[in-house]
Design a binder for this molecule. Sequence first.
Ligand SMILES: *Cc1c(COP(=O)(O)O)cnc(C)c1O
Length: 422
Amino acid sequence: MEKRPFVTKQQLEEIVRQYPTPFHLYDEKGIRENVAKLREAFSWNPGFKEYFAVKATPNPSILNILKECGCGTDCSSATELMLSDAVGLSGKEIMFSSNNTPVGEFKQAGDLGAIINLDDITHISSVEEELGFIPETISCRYNPGGVFEVSNGIMDNPGEAKYGMTFDQLADAFCILKEKGAKELGIHAFLASNTVTNDYYPMLAKVLFETAVRLKEKTGIGPKFINLSGGVGVAYHPDQKPNDIGIIGKGVQKVYEEVLTPAGMGDAAIYTELGRFMLAPYGCLVTKAIHEKHTYKEYIGVDACAVDLMRPAMYGAYHHITVAGKEEALCDHMYDVTGSLCENNDKFAVDRMLPEIEMGDLLVIHDTGAHGYSMGYNYNGKLRSAELLLKEDGTVEQIRRAETYQDYFATLKDCRMMKKYL
Ligand SMILES: *Cc1c(COP(=O)(O)O)cnc(C)c1O
């Protein structure tokens, strides 16, 4: 499918007059429309709720939009809990799916009334120690082990993953939790990441629903909610066919009616914890071409680098690039598009066919709305970029300013030694 930016060159030229590149830009309209589609896809399940995985885009302005659309949040750290609290989420609107949980964080989640999703059976005693009791609503994370194969070669390795409990631990945990006062128990599993197939959720649902039935048979306790977690992917590459959330929702419904309803669990709520699917396509990294270099290859240097978007450097991930205003131009030039880090993997694209790029051209790097800004870092003393929101009415709001040198030096033993630069 052809990929088009959600902003035009004209809009971008106006934006960069006020906010210098590089920056991440988010599309409020796209975010809202996508949530509506997700909710429609699961409207057959009265208890359905999406808990947005905060780690994907930890900005309160984004969380607020999602909250207005009826989403809660999925957190796995103290700061993610704080962000959720700050936008007014509380109680069962927050899921705390942590692992190797630092001391004090169960207490923090418990104080907000969040649903705690236990990664391990030993965490039962940690929760009890920190909270002084076991909450009435609580969840357990399941790991079936082995290899999880979805379809057309998409697979992942739960047996190698650090998350979740075995079935026997899950059953034991259910009994212990019930005995300690839990009333509403749930199960959760995350078995494959960035799946670009409509089969992942239905297949995962089958594993979880059958596990729910086995749990009920073995312990007498039927889960009241089943959390399909994240993992629904996006088509980063134009050759990929994007997931159809409507088909995915119907697929899950079919398995629900085949497995849960006959087992007397037709009232179980379905939860999701999507991150990438909710935000990735509705964000882009906007950067300017500042150098060209002709050696053994053709290079275009831009003013963003891997600290703004780590995925290409870290996993060789593909991110589509559009040269603003040259959407219709022939892609007859082969470039490596690079940042300025002293690391040769600091390339947004390698051997990419693009229109001829002139210095000053604005490049739109697609699908950076999730795991983009949030994975940023400060290597080479690079400062982190701003985040902007393109609102539904077409105006642009800065929802996080760019980092300053003050920010960068603030944690030094004596930041005053830098005063001439502050
Ligand atoms: C990362 C994560 C998610 C979101 O994953 P996506 O691939 O972004 O959908 C959901 N739940 C948990 C527990 C996670 O760690």
